[in-house]
Design a protein around this ligand. Structure first.
Ligand code: ZN
Length: 396
């Protein structure tokens, strides 16, 4: 199992200068390599492999000795980043061909690079309170928790608010799965009712207060009022970034606590496999949906589940809101309608709870525990929807 540990780091003034310079150089290298690979494609019709990029890097170091200021593994990681960018690009192309609604977006030149990665343990050594990075020096960090497992890579990153963090990726041994024997649950993800569970519990979303929103807006306005390139603008940018990160941390904290709570309370959790990019297109809800970070949350469920003795399973979300969890009748559900009242059997249930019961049922239907995605929508439901052509996009 792969995990990562993140620590706040405090490089010295000189180290910060070195790090900034190295990031500048790796940005330059990134853009050079991207240009090179485009050229190569134009000439040969093939993509430049990571190996060839690395060969090219070694040659370039002779003409441009400043690149030797970086550790060789860090330089090679730049070519890995390029080939990753290409890989994602091709994946998006494929998805587009299959009719999925994605922007393809060719890899772009970078304006800045804000992190450096040591892909092999040769370049770094971790001690109790400091990390020894080759060609940078020994950087202090706050060791708030011990590392378990074998260290693989180290990344040092600067945030927009000029804070530094190191992330250490480790490989842990897989432990045998032992179920915690708690009940099963389906969850419906929503906006204000963040999580609705099939056993009738509801967890509200984090409340970002009006004061917090206003302050954030004010700080953003401060940035746009300052002259471009001025020192004051730089300061305002940092202030705004610091506040945004503060609010993001409030959200993250809440998601961590909630996901932890859920995986420890249930042995099986079914959630909807939402296509978020499609939903964000609905402009009325775009902001609140992306603020919810459902993708982030389900990821947390996934990685926390196993060690807590819980299985988390994604389920096709189609028609979960529109189907009656009692009799299977499919009907229209406008977003304003908060209660599901079945036209056939008369069942009354909270809209989200009804949906979460459907999610659980879909996951356990037939093959329990497996990835119960896809074709298990009732045929009658499909017909009814085709006839009625409902226009609900969000949470349906
Ligand atoms: Zn019904």
């Amino acid at each position: 199992m792969k995990t990562a540990y993140k620590y706040r780091a405090y490089p010295s003034k000189e180290q910060k200068a070195t790090l900034n310079r190295q990031m500048l150089l790796s940005k330059e290298l990134y853009n050079l390599l991207l240009e090179k690979s485009k050229e190569y494609y134009r000439e040969t019709g093939k993509t430049l492999t990571e190996y060839r990029m690395n060969v090219w890097i070694t040659q370039t170091k002779k003409e441009r000795p400043e690149f030797a200021e970086l550790h060789s593994q860090v330089l090679q990681n730049v070519s890995k980043r390029i080939s990753d960018a290409y890989r994602h690009f091709f994946r998006r192309c494929k998805a587009k061909k299959q009719g999925k609604n994605v922007k393809v977006g060719f890899p772009r030149y970078k304006n800045f690079v804000s992190s450096l990665t040591y892909p092999q343990t040769k370049g770094f050594r971790i001690e109790k309170k400091n990390a020894e990075l080759s060609k940078i020096g020994s950087i202090n960090f706050v060791n708030h928790r011990d590392i378990e497992g074998k260290t693989k890579t180290l990344t040092i990153k600067k945030t927009k608010s000029q804070e530094w963090y190191i992330t250490i990726a480790v490989e842990k041994e897989d432990k045998p799965f032992i179920s915690n024997n708690k009940p099963k649950a389906g969850i419906d993800l929503g906006i204000s009712q963040y999580v609705a569970l099939s056993d009738n519990t509801i967890h509200q979303n984090v409340k970002i207060t009006k004061h917090q929103r206003n302050r954030s807006r004010l700080l953003q306005q401060n940035v746009s009022r300052k002259r471009k390139g001025s020192r004051n603008r730089k300061r305002a940018v940092i202030r705004f970034a610091r506040y945004s990160e503060h609010i993001a941390r409030i959200r993250q904290d809440c998601l961590h606590k909630l996901s932890c709570n859920l995986v420890h309370s249930y042995s099986f959790i079914a959630y909807e496999d939402l296509e978020i990019p499609n939903m964000v297109k609905n402009r009325r809800y775009a902001k609140s949906i992306s603020e919810c970070s459902w993708g982030n949350f389900t990821q947390m469920l996934q990685y926390k589940a196993e060690s807590a003795g819980c299985a988390a399973v994604a389920v096709n979300p189609q028609y979960t809101t529109m189907t009656c969890s009692n009799c299977g009748n499919v009907q229209r559900m406008p977003i304003s309608q908060r209660t599901f009242i079945c036209e056939k059997c008369g069942m009354r249930k909270d809209r989200d709870i009804n949906s979460s019961v459907n999610v659980l049922e879909r996951a356990t239907e037939g093959h329990s525990g497996s990835q119960a995605c896809g074709d298990d929508v009732r045929p009658s439901a499909r017909r009814a929807v085709a006839e009625e052509a409902g226009t609900i996009r969000v949470a349906s």
